[in-house]
Structures are given as C-alpha cells and as structure tokens.
Design a protein around this ligand. Sequence first.
Ligand code: AMP
Length: 523
Amino acid sequence: MATVVGIDLGTTNSLVAALEDGQPWVIPDEAGELLLPSVVGVNAEGQLLVGQAARRQYAAAPERTVMSIKRQMGSDSLVPLAEKDCRPQDISALILRTLKQRAEAALGETVEQAVITVPAYFTDAQRQATKEAGEIAGLEVLQILNEPTAAALVFDKRGEESQRLLVYDLGGGTFDVSIVEITGPVTEVLASHGNNRLGGDDFDRQLQRLLAERLEQAHGVAVPRDMAVEARLLQAAERAKIALSERTRVAVREAYLLSQGESPLHLETELLREDFEAMIRPLLRDTLTAIDRALADARLKPGDLDRVILVGGSTRIPLVQELVESHLDGVAVSSFEPDRCVALGAALQAGVLNGEEVETFLVDVTPHSLGIATAMETETDLITDIFSTIIPRNTAIPVTRSKLYFTMRDNQKVVRVDVSQGENVNARENVPLGNFEVEGLPQQPAGDVAIEVQFSFDLNGILTVSACETSSGRQEQLVVNNASLHRMASHELAQSRTELERLFATLAAEAQVEGPDETEPRG
Ligand code: AMP
C-alpha cells in the first residue's frame, strides 16, 4: 500500500509525517531536522534554495528570499523570485515538493498522495490555493484538514461520547483558538478566533529592541539601521527567547556586532525570564480574550470543555501555559510536541483515508507533580517544608522546567535541595526522591544569592535535577531513574478520571437517597 503523507504547511515551518505500524512519525531530513523553514529563495548563482538555506540568506539577500507565503495564499498578489513573478501557490508548491522528496528519500518509495492542513479560519480561496499548491508539487491532495482538528486527532480517544476540545495555537506568525467537537468519526470546528499578526516573531522583535537598547547603553552609540546588524540581533533574540523557556536567565553574547572607528563593539548582556514575561504579557492577554470570544461564539462555558490542547512552538513558553491554565481553571491542559502535533494528526488522518489500522496515540505525561522543599519567612514565623512545584502533574514529557530561588540567611554558605513528588503542599508528606547540596555560595546578604533549580524529565522516565548558583555557575545535580517514578500513559489517566467521575456520581446519588433533608431546598 503506497504511503499517504500528512503535511503541516506552516507560516514559519513545515513538516511531513507518515504512519508506520499504526503510529505517526515526523520524517526528518538527512541532517535529522524535522522542521523545514517555510522559506524559498534564489542565491546569487541563480540556484533555488528551500528551507534552512533560504532562511540563512534572508538577512543578506531579502530581495531574493520569500518568507511567510502562507499569509498570501488565495490572493492575486504576485511575488517576484528569480526575475519571475510567482503566485503564492507556486512558492508553496516548492516547499511541498521539498517535503515530498524528503518523504520519498526516507520511505524509499514514490509519494503521490497527501493530507495538507490549513488554519480553521482559511477561506475557500485559501483552501483552493493550498490544494493547487499540492497538485503543482505532484501530490494528489486527498483532504484539506483544519489544523485544530489535526491536533485534536492526536489526543482524541474516539470514545462513544462527544468531546469538546479547545485548541490554542500560538506559532511564529499567527495565533488562533478553535473549539472542536468530536463525536465518533465526526469532527466539527464550533468556533474559531485569532489574530493573523500575533506570534513568536513579535516576541523576537520586542527582545531585539531591548538588545539594541542594551547595546546603545553599553557603548553610547546609536545602532545603525543596517539589515545585517538587525538580522543578527533578531536571531540572537529568538535564541534567547527559546533558552528562556527552559532557564530563568540567559547570557547573550554577539561579538563584532558594530565598530566604532577602528574598534569592534560586542554585545554582552543578560536577559531575565521575568523581564521577557513582563514584555509579552499584554500580547498574551489578547489571546485570553480570544478564548472568551470563541467560547461565547460556541455558546459554551469553560466547564463545558473536556480538554485544552496547546499547539505551536510559542506555547513552549512557560508563561503561555500558566496563563491559559489559570484562565481556564479546572480544565485539563495538554501540550504534546506542540510544533509537531498538527503534522502527526495529518498523518493519522492520511492513514485513515488510506484504510490503515490506526492505533490510539499515546501521550505520556508526568503522573505526579515534581518539586522541592522550600521555606518562607512571615512576620512572626519561619515556615519550612513548603512544596514548590517545578513540573506540575499531567505535563506531557519530555519536559524541562526551572525556577529561581533565593537564600534566606545572610552569608548562607550552603543550600540543600530536597526533591519529592506528590500533590501535598507540605513537602514532607510527598514521596522523597533524593537530595543534594550546593556548597560554597558567595557571601551575600539574604535574598541576594539566586539558585536556579532545573528539572528535566525525559521519555525514559529519568528525572535530572540540577541546581546552579547563577553568579558563579557553581552547579550540582541529581539523577533519579524511573524505578521510583511511576508513569501513567494518558489513556490510563483518562480512564482513572472517568472512574473517579463515576465514583463521584455514585456517591452523589447515594447522598440523595440517604439524606433527603440535605438535598431538599431550604426555605
Ligand atoms: P510554529 O509556527 O509552530 O513552528 O512556531 C514557531 C515559533 O515558535 C517561532 O517563533 C519560534 O521561535 C517559537 N519557538 C519554538 N520553540 C520555542 C521555545 N522552546 N520557546 C519559545 N518559543 C519557541
């Protein structure tokens, strides 16, 4: 049976995935890269560049490079490339053809059919242009699938009852939120909202401006309007942003960025996660408003949702997860391979259309919260053993999270890290996993020494905890292997939740039978 591939044709990046033994997988290129930047260009010699090579030449040759073509799909606009005016679907076809070739090289067969995903808000013209792009690339497009639906397929357990999912998709250039209802084989988008001009690129530009200010402050010079300098600052900003998803502070070093007379000027600065968060918070608030609008359009309340799914590279930002979780308090929020899950869902659908056996896709999550013991001083008391969660339970793995802690005493020399798992606010009541100390802290007043504690939980269930004193870089680490960490697959989780709900329902029914006084309205 010839393989039908699933393609996520994204604004920033595109991916191709296929089904193997009932499980979808994203097909990498020869270098092992999964994401193909959705960038097309022509180099100085007139050779066509697609993907990373085109993206790399953007700063040097923007006039020969096309980015974000997805935004123009379905329009009549023409894009110049290699002295030719191209339609948006011609440019997209080049991306699709590259993905087709990638799949053929990996699968060792010709690939002629595909499912391609598009945003739920795409108009007919935009869908038609996408289909045409596939055909130009030599692919028969079996289905144009909505991105939120594709993401939902990865999580859907195809039970009897209908499930309502909210898909929050924050990528590089766009944001959209969709409410999807799945009943048996029917998947319907009930409402969709968003902002076509909001995404990780905006966060990069904000950080880029901050880096330019730091450069100006450090050297007392104005940063010239030079495309090469701007491009380097922008790339440094994106790298820093991605690092800040895992660390609470990052050092940014860009050597030889400018020159002043004969002397080169370097950028050397540090960015704090909290400063980045303060910067992007207003933009993220807009995304929460969009959630409310989508819910209102679908005539639903948060309590009517079964699950929230986070999709798109920018949902790896911890603040995004936190804000969505607290905005929809009580609804389970899942994030699994946010930048791959649309492609994986497209591959599942491709398999279904091809008549293949599709297995339930398992998303592995941390079954317990993982954290450390901390202390807090109040006006009258010192409260110890407060459990500070670093990875909340039900987080999809692999995952890395970190938090910053501060010393409590003047000239404190040692800090002890007690790691445990559980849900109790009192750390002592949770299951201990181990402990270690970081010694030789700099002699400073209480609260002046920061220790970053990082938890990494990998696919094999191994938890690595490291603690780093941020000024000296002094670091210690503890590895806890899976012997003591019971993992639960998400289907088990869903099962446990259902059982729990059933139990509650029975208890409530019994209470009504046994204690009618309690349930009667009081006058
Ligand atoms: P997508 O359109 O889903 O491919 O998402 C691309 C966007 O996600 C880009 O703006 C990336 O910089 C951003 N991104 C990818 N990984 C991370 C990360 N770990 N933390 C923050 N942003 C990320």
